[in-house]
Each structure stands twice: as structure tokens, then as C-alpha cells.
Design a protein around this ligand. Structure first.
Ligand code: ADP
Ligand code: MG
Length: 397
């Protein structure tokens, strides 16, 4: 992949696609600035090298037209605080106001463009819009891993018109995710949870191919238990996926791999934190109760397996972890992953929330910030944001 380190950026105008799509509250105030922080290594490097940095991102879903609550002003203010230097914000992405602002820049200065999704050409990947954006700069750096699965103008469109390089965050994500999938040490384990099999079928199939041990929890496991002939009562499950689940169980067996399913579960009499609940064996789930977490014996079983793994990928909580009474299984799995000696990679919004809630993020080898992009990368899809940096899966180690 084209690396930022391979090009002389001093004095150059560098357009950087960052992922500043931070969560905001109703007033538009930033709730969590992780994504801005993640972009700092690339931005600092460019500024230190004397580039003139033009940062561009989307924020929220303004659907192709200017929307007050999605303006980038507050992001620019936060970025300025984090960088410890002035950040100029312009209220457009293209046009004379923008080119004028860029002409006034000195090497080592940075401006932030307006929300790029204010322009319909962005999501439509309109070549005219891409060309105008590209016209602002000499070099394009893509560092928005979280948006790399989108073939949008500011992600892959501009790359048609400018020499394109991968930023440090993008390169780090690719390196760590490739490592866990393609060059990882055995035994390799995937822990998959979350709500539905359908959401993650492509990922699950690919993980079964690549990993030695698959551990299942959450609604995903309910479907596999149902497919194995167990009664899952009122639990979230997908009967339409039973056939597929059976095929997957067979393919794991055929490949001499291991698939671990819960042996006991926490069941609740309705879907609420204060619901009546108890631990039962998986063949004793009452007809009108629902599975909301894995049970203590399963936690022990999974903990042991996790301890023996050398590589772990985890995506998806193993229970309804948003309810405190049913978060024990997910918390224990998270702690086991954090305390294992394995190379550990965690992806997915809810899985990250569980990790941060416990404050154990520093004990995970790599926390993938990509969301949808992370899952699509691990499914083996070609992501537009990587292809334009000359990414070749076989070459990355
Ligand atoms: P991630 O965001 O980490 O990719 P998902 O979005 O796939 O994870 O899944 C998280 C959701 O799965 C959570 O909202 C959680 O409550 C739900 N979930 C997990 N186990 C169950 C279960 N047994 N029954 C219903 N929902 C569940
Ligand atoms: Mg989620």
C-alpha cells in the first residue's frame, strides 16, 4: 500500500480524508472525540513535515444539503485544542472561498473543509465533484478507515485525479486486521455474538475458514442452538437461518475445527433489566422465557478456551449487555480476552462499548474503530478506500 512516508509532502497542498464523524448530542456538541484523536498522528506528521493540510470529512447524515447541526465548526474547534494550534474552518468544500483560503496558507498550517456530505456529489461519487475537490491539492491522503467501505467522491473519487497515499490510522487498521486474519499464530479464535446471524453471515463464514476455534454467544448462538434441535423458547433467533446454521456446523466439523456453543444460559421472563431471571441448562429453556446471557458454566468453558488461544478476534456481545443484570457474560468474556496473552483484536460498536465500560481497552492489542468498514474488511471484501491506495491483500503482513 502506498505509504505516506514514501512521499515528500513539504510545502505541498495535501488533501486528507479523515473520519471526523463523531457522535454528537442534540445541540451538536461532541460526545466522544475518539475519532478526532485517532487522526492526530497523520495530521501532526503532515504539519511537522511542512505540508499545507486540507482536512475533509463527513459528519452525520445531512443527505446532500447544508444542515446547521452537521456543520464542522465544533469539530474544528476540538481539533485545534487537540493539536494545540489554530485550525481555520471554511464553510464550503469547493469554490473560490476555499481556493482563496488555501492560497493564504503557510506550510505547517491546517484548514478544515465543511461537511462533505452537504454536496450530493459526495455519496453519488460524481467525477465532476471529485475533480473539483482534487483540484484543491497536490496529494491525497486517505486516513478515514471508518469510511473506507464507501465508494464516495472524497474517499475513492479524488484518487482518480491525485497521487494517493494511506494515512497512518488506515495503515494501522489494515496491518492489524490482516494480521489477525491471515498471518496469525494458532490456535486462532473468533468470538462472535450480537443479535442476528443474518447481520454477520459473510463474516462468520470467512472466520470459520480462517480460524481454528469459533465461540458463539448472543442471539447468534440461539439460532445455532435452535438449529441443533434445542428449544430456545421466546429467545431472539432466526428460524429461517436454521438450515444455514446446520451447514456451518457441518463445515466446522469437516474441517476438524471447533465450534463452542453455550452449555447453560440466563433466561428472563420478559425483555427488561428487572425481569425475573434464572440460570438453566441449554436443554431446559422454558417455552415462554427468553435467553438473555450465557450462564456461569459457559463463561468458565469459554474462559478456558480463550486462555489457550494465541490469536483472538471478538465481535458482538454474548448477551443483552445493555441491561446490567445480563451483562455478566459479556463482561467476563471481555475480561478474559483482555487478560489473555494472545494478540487480540476487537471490532463492532457494541463490543467496543462493553470494553470501554470496563476500562480495559489498553489490554486489547487492537481496538478497530471501523464499524462497518472493519466487518467488510474481515469478510474479505475489497474496500474502495483501500484499493485507491494501491492495497493488495497478499502483500500486507
Ligand atoms: P457489535 O455492535 O459489537 O457489532 P451487534 O450490534 O451485532 O454487536 O450486537 C449487539 C446487540 O446484540 C446488543 O444490542 C445486544 O443486546 C444484542 N444481543 C446480544 N445477545 C442477545 C440476546 N440473547 N437476545 C437479544 N439480543 C441480544
Ligand atoms: Mg451494534
Amino acid at each position: 500500500m502506498n505509504s505516506l512516508k514514501d512521499v515528500d509532502v513539504s510545502n505541498k497542498r495535501v488533501l486528507v480524508r479523515v473520519d471526523f464523524n463523531v457522535p454528537t448530542d442534540k445541540k451538536g456538541d461532541i460526545i466522544d472525540d475518539t475519532r478526532i484523536r485517532e487522526s492526530l498522528p497523520t495530521l501532526r506528521y503532515l504539519l511537522e513535515q511542512g505540508a499545507r493540510v486540507i482536512a475533509v470529512s463527513h459528519l452525520g447524515r445531512p443527505k446532500g444539503k447544508p444542515t446547521e447541526e452537521f456543520r464542522m465548526d465544533k469539530v474544528a474547534v476540538r481539533l485545534s485544542q487537540l493539536l494545540g494550534k489554530p485550525v481555520r474552518k471554511v464553510s464550503e468544500c469547493i469554490g473560490p472561498q476555499v481556493t482563496q483560503a488555501i492560497d493564504q496558507m503557510n506550510p505547517g498550517e491546517i484548514i478544515v473543509l465543511e461537511n462533505v456530505r452537504f454536496y450530493p456529489g459526495e455519496e453519488a461519487n460524481d467525477p465532476e465533484f471529485s475533480k473539483e475537490l482534487a483540484g484543491l491539492a497536490d496529494i491525497f491522503v486517505n486516513d478515514a478507515f471508518g469510511a473506507a467501505h464507501r465508494a464516495h467522491a472524497s474517499i475513492s473519487g479524488v484518487a482518480e485525479f491525485l497521487p494517493t497515499y494511506a494515512g497512518f490510522l488506515l495503515a494501522k487498521e489494515v496491518k492489524m486486521l490482516s494480521r489477525v486474519m491471515d498471518v496469525a499464530e494458532s490456535p486462532r479464535m473468533a468470538i462472535m455474538g450480537g443479535a442476528k446471524v443474518t447481520d454477520k453471515l459473510a463474516l462468520l463464514k470467512n472466520l470459520i475458514k480462517k480460524m481454528d476455534i469459533i465461540i458463539l454467544g448472543g442471539g447468534m448462538a440461539n439460532t445455532f442452538m435452535g438449529a441443533s434441535g434445542l428449544s430456545v423458547g421466546k429467545s431472539l433467533h432466526e428460524e429461517a437461518m436454521f438450515g444455514m446454521a446446520r451447514e456451518l456446523i457441518e463445515s466446522v466439523r469437516g474441517a476438524q475445527k471447533k465450534l463452542l456453543l453455550p452449555v447453560d444460559v440466563v433466561v428472563a421472563d420478559h425483555f427488561a433489566n428487572d425481569a425475573k431471571h434464572k440460570v438453566v441448562s441449554v436443554n431446559e429453556v422454558p417455552d415462554d422465557w427468553m435467553i438473555v446471557d450465557i450462564g456461569p458454566k459457559t463463561v468458565e468453558l469459554y474462559r478456558q478456551a480463550i486462555n489457550e488461544a494465541r490469536t483472538i478476534f471478538w465481535n458482538g456481545p454474548v448477551g443483552v449487555f445493555e441491561f446490567e443484570n445480563f451483562s455478566a457474560g459479556t463482561d467476563e468474556v471481555a475480561r478474559a480476552v483482555a487478560s489473555s496473552q494472545a494478540v487480540s483484536v476487537v471490532g463492532g460498536g457494541d463490543s467496543l462499548a462493553a470494553i470501554y465500560h470496563l476500562g480495559i481497552q489498553d489490554s486489547i492489542t487492537h481496538i478497530s474503530t471501523g464499524g462497518g468498514a472493519t466487518l467488510e474488511f474481515l469478510e474479505g471484501k475489497a474496500l474502495p478506500g483501500l484499493m485507491c491506495c494501491n492495497y493488495n491483500r497478499k502483500m500486507v503482513v
